[in-house]
Design a protein. Sequence first.
Length: 247
Amino acid sequence: MLTVKQLSQLAHITPRTLRYYDQIGLLLPDALGENGYRYYSDASLLKLQQILFYRELDMPLEQIKEIMGHDDYDLPQALEEHKNQLGKRITRLEKLIATVDLTLKYIQGEEKMNKKVLFEAFSDEQQAEMEKEAMQLYNPETVKESNRKWKNYSAAEKQKIGDEGNAVYQGFLEAMSKGPDSHEAQACVVRWRQHMNYFWVPNAEQLLGLADLYNDDPRFRKNFDKIHPDLADFVRKAVAFYVKNKA
């Protein structure tokens, strides 16, 4: 049996985290000593491992609790799914690294490169995820409808959507020198807005919300930063100008 301190050191998390997991009923101790100490068994250690795997995949604690609380929760099956998801993450990270390497060579003049390659890390799935994140801030029903539309697209259609999205962001990059209120930048906003029809039809407030998400959410901001550190902010300013003048 392990104490809170021992388990926290083993799992590389804080004792406070373990106490919080106990408080919300996510990971209960197997025993309480007369001194009030919590004690955890090997089974709890495996359960904590599962929790940390899910957290690595950015899953909310309440959702983890719900999944692991099911009577039919299958540990071997869960591990296989973790392996699958982590493999996808590795593949994506390797692609990001390759894109960064190519971009560095391009910037340093070591290699000529088609500008489309700069945006290869923006996969079609990432395009869909970015839209879904914004929709979740407003209307869950819209998310469900968007999911239905996305699932009905063929692989070729998804690739086409991703390529069109990348072209939009490439347009923003090329328009940066002209300013967010320029004709070129505003034309990019129009194409960006039209591109969303593949997923949903946002109003002015939601357009601003999505532009804010690109800047404020580190998961999405990093995709813009690897292209240009000012790209996300430029998109937000261009969208704000568009919305203000459209109104």
